[in-house]
Design a protein around this ligand. Sequence first.
Ligand code: KG4
Ligand code: ZN
Length: 340
Amino acid sequence: MRTYILGIESSCDDTSAAVIANCKILANVIAGQEVHRKFGGVVPELASRAHQQNIIPVVDTALKNAGIEMNQLAAIAFTRGPGLLGSLLVGTSFAKSLSLGLGIPLIEVDHLQAHILAHFIQNETENKSVPQFPFLCLTISGGHTQIVRVEDYHIMKVIGKTIDDAAGETFDKAAKIMGMPYPGGPVIDTFAKKGNQNRFVFPKPRIPGLDFSFSGLKTSFLYFVRDELKQNPDFIVQNKSDLCASIQNSIISILIEKLKTASEITGIREIAIAGGVSANSHMRSRITEAGKEMGWNIFIPEIRFTTDNAAMIAIAGYFKYLRKEFSGQNVYPYARSKDK
Ligand code: KG4
Ligand code: ZN
């Protein structure tokens, strides 16, 4: 039997709706928000309004692309948090109304757990191999950097996290320092391909255990660029590719080193990456290299499931559906995990 789940994602600046049938993806529609580009970051008020404008057309298109009618849906899964409260409210209210209207279960999903569970999404045509429990997942997004020990679809323990900035945030801030548009990660990735990653060296953080820190790197990059610009106003223009390759290499090296330590401490060699920064081409090749060196079984998500998308919300919802973990109409969003 096919269980159709509609997923709704609205935690930040992407409005997305997806339909899955059991673990298979049928549709995944994402409406990005251009409006933030000129501000160099997400403007929460504008994001909420754009979600409100986008949500109906995005859901309509997802159902059409999936080739199903609304009354075939078994449940509605939505992102409850963490994220921007105003943005989350749009998706949460929409999902509540639709579940009430259709008389089907409502399922809340944690955005970070969903990034990890994206590894279980199957295409219509092939059955790809999925991580075996327990596995470690390095979740690297715009707002979070975590190493998670995944025991089961619903049992996850954060064993390391950033004590200040997230990896994606560091990419975005470095790009902003160089005058590049938001989001900076993909732009740096593109320029870095033509650059020398060893040209500029930045100090490594010394944080014990499995936690991360990126604020020192960001500050040293800022001061370095500022000092160079004093000598040569064209410094960024003339060295863009090398600057991008070098900062990217620094960020990725910090991530890979901690992941190796986590694998050694836990003895787990089933290793996955998830979140927006897992789209980074250097990250993808470095984890492949590390996998060979360490004897890991590695899992790299398809690019379309790395950045925010509703397919990951739908699959996380499906696993909850199987466990009959439903939410009441009194559910409310949370901006941070600890406000749950
Ligand atoms: O997972 P995500 O879409 O949203 C959050 O949950 O935060 O991650 C967005 C982050 C942004 O910081 C963006 O710059 C980064 O992912 N990102 C990348 C790349 N694509 C997206 N960073 C580096 N290289 C990329 N190719
Ligand atoms: Zn995300």
